[in-house]
Design a protein around this ligand. Structure first.
Ligand SMILES: Cc1cc2nc3c(=O)[nH]c(=O)nc-3n(C[C@H](O)[C@H](O)[C@H](O)COP(=O)(O)OP(=O)(O)OC[C@H]3O[C@@H](n4cnc5c(N)ncnc54)[C@H](O)[C@@H]3O)c2cc1C
Length: 399
C-alpha cells in the first residue's frame, strides 16, 4: 500500500467502527483494518446493553435487536429474587448484524475497510507512530498514517508496541464463558442475574433471552479465583442443575477487563479506544456502549488533529480529557464500588436481596433497591453518591 491515510483504525469492533466513522465524518481519510474475514463474527459477547446508553449514541434498528428487555431479576445464593420491570429497559443485540452496521456507517462516512488484514507491527517516524504493517491473504503491506487508533480489543497489542503498559492485575480481569443454550425454559423479555460466590466467585452469572427457548447463558469469575477452578466448570455445574437436557449451540470463552482505564491512552500519533484502552464498565463488565463512546471521542479528536496538523501527545490528550468527563471518572468510582462489592459474602448478598424483595410494591424500584443496599452497607454511601452525582450531572447536560 503506497498511499497514506490520515487515520488508520485497527480492529472493527464497536469502538473501532465508531472511531473510523467519526474520524471520516470529521474530514479525515480513514483506513479501518480488521483481521477476521467478516466483521461481527465470531461473536464473543452476551450482547446486552442498556436502552438509554445505546439511544444516547444511535437509534437502533429492529434488526439490531434480538430481544427487548422489560424486566430484570437479581437472584442471590439462596434463590431470593429482586424483580425490576420497566418498558424497554435494555436490549439483547444481534452483534453480528449490529457490528456490521457500525462498519457500514463508517464506510458510508468515507472510511476504506479491509478485512483479513492482521496488523502485526507499528511504523515509527521521529518518535511518532506513523502507520502499521499488516498481513493480508499471505502478503505483507505497510500503510502510513498521521494517527493510528488501536481498537484491537481485550488482547490488544497496539498499545504494548507503542510502549504503553497494558498488563492487568489478576483481580482486574474476569475469565468469562458463555453458552448459547437451546431447549430451555426462559422468560422471553427478562434478564436473570445470579450473584453467588458459589456460582461465579468475584463475578456474576447471566441468562439473557435470545428468543423462545434460547438464551445466552454465561458467567465471569474474577482472575483471582481462576486458578482454583475453571469458569467452564462453574457454568457446567449451573447448566446441569438449572437446565438439564438443554443443548449447547455455541460456546465462547474470553476475558473481560474490569479495571480502570489505562493510565496512558495516547502517545505521539497513537490513541487507544474500547477494550484496548480498558474502557469497560468495571462493575458490570459491559464494554459495548463505553467502547462506542471511547471510539467516537477518539475519532472526533483524531479528525481535529488532522485539521490542525498536530499529532503530538499534548494535542491528542484532548481525547483523554473528554473520555474522563464522559465516562472515565464514573468508571473510577465504579471500580471502587466493585472492589467493595466483590468482598460481599453469600450471606451479605442474601440479606440484601431479602431486604430489597420485602420492599413494599410502591418502593420497588432501582432507587429503592439501592437505598436498601446502602442502609445495609453504609461504607458504600460515599462511592454511590459520587456515581449518582456524575450520572445526574451528565443527564442534566452539566457534566
Ligand atoms: C463472553 C463475553 C460476554 C460479554 N457480554 C457483554 C455484554 O453483554 N454487554 C457488553 O456491553 N459487553 C459485553 N462483553 C464485553 C464486550 O464484548 C466488549 O467490551 C466489546 O466488544 C469491546 O469492543 P471493542 O471494539 O473494544 O473490541 P472488540 O469488539 O473485541 O473488537 C476488536 C476487533 O479488533 C480485531 N483485531 C484484534 N487484533 C487485531 C489485529 N492485530 N489486526 C486487525 N484487527 C484486529 C478483532 O478481530 C475484533 O474484531 C462481553 C465480553 C465477553 C468475552
Amino acid at each position: 500500500m503506497n498511499e497514506g491515510f490520515d487515520v488508520i483504525v485497527v480492529g472493527a469492533g464497536p469502538a473501532g467502527s465508531f472511531a473510523a466513522r467519526y474520524a471520516a465524518e470529521g474530514g479525515a481519510s480513514v483506513l479501518l483494518l480488521e483481521k477476521d474475514r467478516d466483521i461481527g463474527v465470531p461473536v464473543r459477547c452476551a450482547e446486552g446493553v442498556g436502552a438509554d446508553g445505546l439511544r444516547s449514541l444511535m437509534e437502533p434498528r429492529p434488526q439490531h435487536i434480538q430481544t427487548r428487555i422489560d424486566s430484570v431479576n437479581l437472584i442471590s445464593a439462596n434463590g431470593t429474587t429482586v424483580h425490576f420491570s420497566g418498558e424497554e429497559m435494555g436490549y439483547v443485540l444481534n452483534r453480528k448484524i449490529f457490528d456490521h452496521y457500525l462498519a457500514e456507517q463508517a464506510a458510508l462516512a468515507g472510511a476504506e475497510i479491509r478485512t483479513r488484514a492482521n496488523v502485526d507491527g507499528l511504523l515509527f517516524q521521529n518518535g511518532f507512530v506513523g502507520g502499521v504493517s499488516f498481513m493480508s491473504m499471505g502478503k505483507r503491506y505497510e500503510a502510513k498514517s498521521k494517527i493510528v487508533i488501536g481498537s484491537d480489543g481485550v488482547e490488544s497489542r497496539i498499545g504494548r508496541w507503542a510502549g504503553i503498559r497494558t498488563q492487568l492485575k489478576l483481580k482486574d480481569f474476569e475469565s468469562v464463558i458463555q453458552y448459547i443454550l437451546v431447549d430451555i425454559d426462559v422468560e422471553p423479555n427478562t434478564c436473570d442475574f445470579y450473584f453467588s460466590q458459589d456460582y461465579s466467585p468475584g463475578g456474576y452469572l447471566w441468562v439473557f433471552p435470545r428468543g423462545e427457548g434460547i438464551a445466552n447463558v454465561g458467567l465471569g469469575i474474577s482472575g483471582t479465583h481462576s486458578r482454583e477452578a475453571s469458569a467452564k466448570s462453574y457454568l457446567d455445574r449451573f447448566v446441569v442443575n438449572r437446565y438439564p437436557g438443554s443443548k449447547i449451540l455455541n460456546m465462547t470463552m474470553g476475558c473481560v477487563p474490569c479495571a480502570k482505564t489505562l493510565k496512558q491512552i495516547v502517545t505521539p500519533g497513537l490513541m487507544l479506544a474500547g477494550d484496548a484502552a480498558r474502557q469497560v464498565n468495571p462493575l458490570s463488565g459491559g464494554g459495548i456502549i463505553s467502547g462506542m463512546i471511547g471510539g467516537k471521542l477518539a475519532g472526533i479528536v483524531a479528525a481535529k488533529a488532522v485539521g490542525a496538523g498536530d499529532f503530538s501527545a499534548e494535542f491528542l490528550s484532548e481525547y483523554e480529557r473528554q473520555w474522563y468527563k464522559a465516562e472515565g471518572n464514573t468508571h473510577n468510582v465504579l471500580y471502587r464500588l466493585k472492589e467493595t462489592v466483590s468482598r460481599f459474602t453469600d450471606e451479605d448478598l442474601n440479606n440484601i436481596a431479602e431486604a430489597a424483595s420485602n420492599l413494599p410494591e410502591s418502593r420497588k424500584s432501582v432507587a429503592g433497591f439501592i437505598k436498601t443496599v446502602l442502609l445495609q452497607h453504609p461504607q458504600l454511601i460515599k462511592d454511590a453518591m459520587l456515581v449518582f452525582k456524575d450520572v445526574i450531572k451528565q443527564n442534566l447536560g452539566m457534566g
